[in-house]
Design a binder for this molecule. Structure first.
Ligand SMILES: N[C@@H](CCC(=O)N[C@@H](CS)C(=O)NCC(=O)O)C(=O)O
Length: 221
């Protein structure tokens, strides 16, 4: 099994795919292709990139090519058992899957205004209303999951699972842009960023040599 990813500093969808493979526990190789490099351009002509319309992450498992981070979660959950990824209780599972799907399809303002950059910490700044609306919605969902279903552990539904890994890049954005959070969300973000797989991704990003100007703000703190 091989997971193809983009830069660990910037590629939020790659982070989700990679975290999903780690959660599966399956043996895998990792291929990082620096985004917008000559290598990236050359990769576009290869079969996996043609399958994914040029996007990462891409999971290759024998003849199977899976792209799109939610499909990768689904594929891996089918392989190792869905309980490794999703809570067992039906109501908890319904919320977890809805939250993951909403993350996948929503929050365009947060994503555009606060691009993922796990190497940076910028000073707090007022957020546009639309971005704050996205933040408030995510905080409300995290709080609901933690309050209703999180009692058995420190993650959204107790144990670390698919919903957590889907929101990991959001937790990094909250830190990168010093976005203030209420206590339950703040504690959860701290826990999530300390998860060994999440921390390993961020550590690896710090040693990457590539800098992509369009993902960097000019002022840094
Ligand atoms: N919906 C896809 C999104 C994949 C995606 O947009 N990946 C970005 C990197 S974070 C990418 O490959 N961008 C390159 C491009 O748009 O050409 C998923 O969930 O995996």
């Amino acid at each position: 099994m091989q997971i193809i990813i983009g830069n660990k500093a910037y590629s939020s969808w790659s982070m989700r795919g990679w975290l999903a493979v780690r959660l599966s526990g399956l043996v895998h190789d990792e291929t990082l292709i620096p985004m917008w490099s000559e290598e990236w351009d050359a990769a576009q002509a290869t079969p996996p990139f043609r399958a994914s319309a040029g996007k990462v992450p891409i999971l290759i498992d024998g003849d199977a090519v899976v792209w799109d981070s939610l499909a990768i979660v689904d594929y891996l959950a089918d392989m190792v058992g869905r309980d490794r990824f999703w809570p067992a209780d039906p109501a908890a599972r319904a919320l977890a899957r809805s939250m993951a799907a909403e993350m996948h399809s929503s929050y365009p303002d947060l994503r555009r205004h606060c691009t993922m950059n796990v190497r940076r910490h910028y000073p707090a700044a007022a957020l546009p209303d639309a971005v704050q609306t996205d933040v408030d919605r995510i905080v409300a969902l995290w709080t609901e999951a933690r309050t209703r279903f999180g009692g058995g552990g420190d993650y959204l539904f107790g144990d670390y699972g698919a919903a957590d890994l889907i929101f990991a890049p959001v937790a990094t954005r909250f830190r990168t842009y010093a976005i203030p959070l209420p206590p339950v969300a703040e504690a959860y973000a701290t826990t999530l960023l300390r998860h060994p797989d999440v921390a390993a991704w961020i550590d690896a990003a710090r040693t990457e040599p590539w800098v992509v100007a369009k993902y960097e703000l000019s002022s840094d703190a």
